[in-house]
Each structure stands twice: as structure tokens, then as C-alpha cells.
Design a protein around this ligand. Structure first.
Ligand code: SAH
Ligand code: SF4
Ligand code: F3S
Length: 447
């Protein structure tokens, strides 16, 4: 029974994890709005709360467990509240029994392969009054045409592949997202055309390894071909993609970035580690020399390119010398910014069983050193932008200061400036006047 009488039922989605999960949550919004729910302001205002989880590191899981405890207390005050748990964490085999035992008040548990079933599962719990756990072990296909309600007005995410075949030895993603499946060029193209018509200007093509797009479709079309197709879509001004696996970043792709005007000079190229021994033990499929060669090739071919990365410290067997190799590589490449992680053993992955685990103390000292180095480089890079005049796409009001607007450079940096909401969606020429670790400051350039 709803305590809100005839007022519409409201939903809230709480998302953890990567862009792919964020985008899945946009589909969950679409599904919920399709059955009549409207967005809630906050937890206390919601009739249904969906938690879309991540399990890439233990810290992500712990956050979810903490949240579930709080939501349990909320449900005691509001017994009509429906709680749903989905995403990568619930996809793990050992999770369903645990949830049954510890979190019996969660109404619906679903996995990454049956998100589209959510309305039906909600119906089942409402009719039976019982907990419904439905996690499919795997799904060979792709479900198209799931409704979507996008959170942003100017930028949009478009999935091009699901799953991953790489099995890096530390990584849980292939275990919870399954084998790599590519959407057909027709389906991707159709979605891009719609986005262009709807006024989206900046699209990011998403996949765990976008560069291997199309391999499962018989090889007739590859990722560079897909970029060519995307570049021709009316209305869209900018195209980005992530994540690129260095091993599969071929010359044809470099050429596509060079030649296609809408494809931005922004490449996220996770390196993970700077020493060959660790790269090999991670099963990354490339060497330090190969990676640095690729970076040189990209920098030479694409002037002004912004490179960003993911780096991990404390992988099993990482010695001080291996770690110094990582620092040295970071100094050589000079990334604009980096996501830095402490290695965390994940159940069922080969690295979790490796005997030479690094102590927490060493890991935290290394991550500190790495973050300090990268911050110094990021600040230098951002300082070098001051005085430049850049084409920026206005996305909305600034997240940190509502008085200011936020616009994005082709290289993916945010520039905050004095402007008006009418400019949202417009391409403006901004002069950079200031910088910080996280963003640039600017003003509209005269003339
Ligand atoms: N497909 C992408 C990223 C997937 S997960 C890629 O290949 O780069 C995002 C990042 O989380 C990874 O790049 C990695 O740096 C980090 N990560 C994955 N598993 C991890 C683990 N077990 N411990 C710590 N960091 C991890
Ligand atoms: Fe994980 Fe490696 Fe696949 Fe990325 S490429 S999702 S790190 S297994
Ligand atoms: Fe993403 Fe986390 Fe799943 S990083 S794919 S939400 S395990």
C-alpha cells in the first residue's frame, strides 16, 4: 500500500561503477518511466529505489553493503518502499545466497543480463509480497530497444559492445558481463541518428574494449569503420570512445581519429602498469616498449591529443623496481589525467590466487606517490592551457558553482565561464584564463 495516496509513484536509482553502469541506469530509468514511475527528489521521496552495483573492487562492494543497511532502516519507516538490487555485484554467483540471508528485505534482485526484465520482476514481488531473485547466468544475445531516459542534454552514451574477452588476470568484468558482443552497425547507426535529431551533440561510444568492435560479427566491419559511419551522422558534433585496449589500437584507427573531423583528440588508453613482468602477469597482451611506441605514434599523428589512462599499483609480485617503471612511464607519457587504483583481489580471478600479494602498507605508499606525480603533471598540463583559445561545447551549469556555466573542450576538459543557460548545446570559442587540478576557467573570446 502506498502511503502517498493517489500521487504518482516515484523512483530513485543509485549507481556505482563505470560509464557502462551509468548508461544501464539510463535504461532502468526508461523502463521505470515506461510503467508509470516518475523521478523522485531523494530517498525519502521515493516509492522504489534501484541500486545499480559495481564489484570491480571491494571498496565498491562495501559502499553498496553500507547503503543497503541504510535502505533497510528506511524501509522499516516506510514498509511500502520497494528495494531493487541489480548490476555487476548481484551477477556474482555467491551473491544471491548472501542477499537472501542478510538482506531479506530487498524485494528484487536482478543481474546484468536481465535488466530489461525489471518491470516484470517488480510486478512479481508486488503480487506475491515475496523477495524475487532472478539472475540469469549468461545471455548470448543483445536486447535492443530497451527504453532509455538520458540524464544529460548535450552528451550521450552509446554502447557498441557488451562484455569483454580479455581476461586480464585481476579483473572481474568478464565474469559478470560475459563474452564480448557487438551491436550491429545498423543498431548503433540508428541510435546515433536519433540522438542527432534529438539535439545531442557529443556522443561517447562505450565498450570495455571498443577497438575490438565487430570481431564477433564476422569481421566485415571494424571499429574504425564504425567511426566513419558515426562521423556522417547529422547533428552530432563530437565523437569520443572508451575504453581503448592498447593491444588493439591499430593504424587504421589512428588514421580515423586523424581524418574524421568529429572524432575528438581525446584517447583514454589504460596502461595499468609500466613494467613488462607485471604487464605479462596481468595478461595485458602488450609490453612497455609497444605501449610507449603506440603513444609516440598517436602523439605524432594527432597534434594536441589528450591522453588519459588507468593505472594500478600493488599487483601481486610488484617490486619497488616494477613500481619505479610505472612512475617512469607516467613521466614519459605525461597523461592529462589518470584514474589510479590500488590492486584488490577479486574472487574467481587468477591474480587473487597469486602468492606474492603486496602488503597494504606498501600499496598505500605507492598509490600516494603515483597520485602526487600525476597531480603535478595534470597541473602543468592545465597551466599550459592558459591563454589558449579553444572550441568548447556548453553542457550546462557548472557542477561546483551554479553561477557559472560548464563547457567541454574537444580534449575532454571542463572550462567554467560566465554565461547563460541559453548557450547550452552551443559551440563557443573560449579563452582559458585559469586552471586547477580538475578544470579550467575561461571567458568568451571576443570576435
Ligand atoms: N575495460 C577497461 C576498464 C575496466 S575496469 C580497460 O581494460 O581498461 C576499470 C579499471 O579498474 C581498470 O582499468 C583497472 O585499472 C581497474 N581495476 C580492474 N580490476 C581491478 C582490481 N581487481 N583491483 C584494482 N583495480 C582494478
Ligand atoms: Fe577487465 Fe581487462 Fe576486460 Fe578491461 S580489458 S574489462 S581490465 S578484463
Ligand atoms: Fe563497470 Fe564495475 Fe561492472 S567497473 S562493468 S560496473 S564491475
Amino acid at each position: 500500500m502506498s502511503i502517498k495516496g493517489d500521487s504518482p509513484q516515484k523512483y530513485l536509482i543509485i549507481t556505482f561503477g563505470c560509464q557502462m553502469n551509468e548508461h544501464d541506469s539510463e535504461h532502468i530509468s526508461g523502463l521505470l518511466e515506461g510503467i508509470g514511475y516518475t523521478p523522485a527528489e531523494d530517498q525519502s521521496d521515493a516509492d522504489i529505489i534501484v541500486v545499480n552495483t559495481c564489484c570491480v573492487r571491494e571498496s565498491a562492494e562495501n559502499k553498496v553493503f553500507g547503503l543497503l543497511g541504510r535502505l533497510g532502516r528506511l524501509k522499516k519507516q516506510n514498509p511500502g518502499l520497494i528495494l531493487c538490487l541489480g548490476g555487476c555485484m548481484s551477477q556474482q554467483e555467491h551473491m544471491a545466497p548472501r542477499i537472501k540471508q542478510r538482506f531479506s528485505y530487498i524485494d528484487v534482485v536482478f543481474g546484468t543480463y536481465n535488466t530489461n526484465q525489471l518491470p516484470e520482476l517488480i510486478d512479481r514481488t508486488l503480487n506475491s509480497g515475496k523477495q524475487v531473485i532472478e539472475v540469469w547466468p549468461a545471455n548470448g544475445g543483445i536486447v535492443e530497444d530497451i527504453p532509455v531516459k538520458r540524464r544529460q542534454r548535450v552528451r550521450a552514451w552509446v554502447s557498441i559492445t557488451y562484455g569483454c574477452n580479455n581476461f586480464c588476470t585481476y579483473c572481474i568484468v568478464p565474469h559478470v558481463r560475459g563474452r564480448e558482443r557487438s551491436r550491429t552497425p545498423g543498431d548503433v547507426g540508428g541510435e546515433l541518428e536519433t540522438l542527432g535529431r534529438e539535439g545531442y551533440r557529443d556522443v561517447t561510444l562505450l565498450g570495455q574494449n571498443v577497438n575490438s568492435y565487430g570481431r564477433d560479427l564476422g569481421g566485415a566491419v571494424d571499429f574504425a569503420d564504425l567511426l566513419h559511419m558515426a562521423d556522417g551522422v547529422a547533428g552530432i558534433e563530437r565523437i569520443r570512445f572508451m575504453t581503448s585496449h592498447p593491444r588493439d589500437f591499430c593504424d587504421k584507427l589512428v588514421e580515423a581519429v586523424v581524418n574524421l573531423p568529429k572524432v575528438c583528440e581525446h584517447i583514454h588508453l589504460p596502461v595499468q602498469a609500466g613494467s613488462n613482468a607485471i604487464l605479462q602477469s596481468m595478461n595485458r597482451g602488450y609490453t612497455r616498449e609497444y605501449y610507449l611506441g603506440l603513444v609516440d605514434k598517436i602523439k605524432t599523428a594527432i597534434p594536441g591529443v589528450a591522453l588519459t589512462t588507468d593505472i594500478m599499483v600493488g599487483f601481486p609480485g610488484e617490486t619497488e623496481a616494477h613500481f619505479l617503471d610505472t612512475l617512469d612511464l607516467v613521466r614519459q607519457v605525461e597523461y592529462e589525467s589518470a584514474f589510479t587504483f590500488v590492486y584488490n583481489p577479486r574472487r574467481g580471478t587468477p591474480a587473487a590466487g597469486m602468492t606474492d600479494q603486496v602488503s597494504d602498507k606498501v600499496k598505500s605508499a605507492r598509490i600516494q606517490e603515483l597520485i602526487e606525480l600525476q597531480n603535478t603533471i595534470t597541473l602543468q598540463k592545465n597551466r599550459a592551457e592558459v591563454g589558449r583559445v579553444l572550441e568548447c561545447l556548453v553542457e550546462g551549469t557548472s557542477r561546483t558553482n551554479r553561477e557559472l556555466m560548464g563547457a567541454r573542450t574537444r580534449t575532454g576538459k571542463i572550462v567554467v565561464y560566465h554565461g547563460t543557460p541559453e548557450q547550452i548545446g552551443a559551440l563557443l570559442t573560449l579563452r582559458v584564463t585559469g586552471y586547477s587540478l580538475t578544470h579550467l576557467e575561461g571567458e568568451v573570446a571576443a570576435g
